[in-house]
Design a protein around this ligand. Structure first.
Ligand SMILES: Cc1ncc(COP(=O)(O)O)c(C=O)c1O
Length: 398
């Protein structure tokens, strides 16, 4: 695997987003090519041996060396300001690979209780079978993080803002705590993306991504990524090479092209979400709106300091229970009833019965996911059309 081009750091974010990672081939192509090939040809047996032994740089086999995947990795590393990025087949496999590559049986994780449902399931139901245990703590309770750390703790894991209740953690403070206890701080940066927040610059050790979300931005492909320093990159690369949760070259190409418009999109998503959140707070039938851009949000000041904008995801509770939440969702016509987020098209979800269904009632209660909760990933449609559509939902529950 080639070194990331550190000299991209001299360029501004938007320049890196459209330029970093692409090394033109002798064909002189302007747009990035897709290398859809499983393996690569050696000039002779000695070269094959040298490549397999890592004595000579170059491509071998697309499970661990593919130029299009490398282009995406270098571009995302440049945006997150990390030394290395390793792309994975999904967001979940980026989290799994991080744990498999950097932890061992007997290690302990402290994680925020407000995490994506499958991440909770992974920690609770899968990693436990390999003697990796997790203690869940409220994201914003620093004392709880401190108290949960044991001599076996090796990793702190969080999302900020968290999906779907948008709680915000102070990354710099938790990074300091992690350093004091010789732990790795891992931040799932799905909500903000590097356009709005760069956790490594606040002292986090590792950023994980579901590229499926805002990095793609148009809901086309499943993928993930892990970004960190050289040591993290080497460990992840070694795991990926052996275990194989690799990204396909086609998906890498889609994601790399998605990165080109990331900055523009994230600010446009944030503007729409802010307007929608403010409007929802004024509506009868809505009992609570969760959005870090609202001055009433408990970590509004921190979010405003730590992030460049407040992001495209919001949630709210309707007056009632599951019946009213479903009635609201079913009455909408424009927003898509789908569990994905981070798309140009707005999506509406009932977290309790979908994204957080499998983590069980206890974990849901701990995470504060009520039956009355609805999540919206605010897309790039006209704001008046979005309001008109949500008005249909409101009419159904009044
Ligand atoms: C915050 C967060 N992390 C991780 C994931 C998992 O990503 P993927 O679906 O690409 O495996 C998701 C998916 O919704 C998510 O919202």
């Amino acid at each position: 695997m080639k070194e990331i081009k550190r000299d991209w750091r001299q360029f501004a974010f938007r320049t890196r987003a459209v330029r970093a990672g692409h090394e033109r081939t002798p064909e002189g192509e302007h747009a990035e090519p897709i290398f859809t090939t499983s393996s690569f040809v050696f000039k002779d047996a000695a070269q094959a041996a040298a490549r397999f032994a890592d004595e000579e740089p170059g491509n071998v086999y697309s499970r661990f060396t593919n130029p299009t995947v490398r282009m995406f990795e270098q571009r995302l590393a440049a945006l997150e300001e990390g030394e290395r990025c390793v792309a994975t087949s999904s967001g979940m496999s980026s989290i799994l690979a991080t744990c498999m590559a950097l932890l061992k049986a007997g290690d302990h994780i402290v994680a925020a209780s407000s995490l994506f449902g499958s991440t909770i399931s992974l920690f609770n139901n899968v990693l436990t079978r390999f003697q990796l245990t997790t203690t869940f703590v409220p994201l914003t309770d620093l004392d709880a993080w401190r108290q949960a750390i044991t001599p076996d703790t090796r990793m702190l894991f969080l999302e900020t803002p968290a999906n779907p209740l948008t709680e915000v953690a102070d990354i710099a403070v938790l990074a300091e705590l992690a350093r004091t206890h010789n732990c790795l701080l891992v931040v799932d940066n799905v909500y903000c993306t590097p356009a709005l927040q760069r956790p490594l610059s606040y002292g986090a050790d590792i950023v994980v991504h579901s590229a499926t979300k805002f990095l793609d931005g148009q809901g086309r492909c499943i993928g993930g990524a892990v970004i960190g320093n050289e040591a993290v990159g080497n460990a992840l690369f070694g795991f990926l090479r052996t275990a194989g949760p690799s990204m396909s070259p086609f998906n890498a190409w889609v994601f790399a092209k998605g990165l080109e418009t990331l900055d523009l999109r994230m600010h446009a998503h944030s503007r729409n979400a802010q307007q929608l959140a403010e409007w929802l707070t004024t509506q009868r039938g809505i009992t609570h709106v969760y959005y870090p851009g609202l001055t009433s949000h408990p970590q509004h000041e921190l979010a405003t300091r730590q992030q460049k904008a407040h992001g495209g995801l919001l949630s709210f509770e309707v007056d009632g229970d599951r019946k009213e939440a479903w009635a609201f969702i079913d009455a909408t016509e424009l927003v898509s009833k789908t569990a994905n987020l981070g798309d140009t098209k707005s999506t509406i979800t009932h977290p309790s019965s979908t994204t957080h269904h499998r983590c069980g009632p206890e974990a849901r209660a701990k995470a504060g996911i009520k039956e009355s909760l609805i999540r919206i990933s605010v897309g790039l449609e006209d704001i008046d059309d979005l309001k008109q559509d949500l008005q249909r939902g409101l009419n159904a529950i009044r």
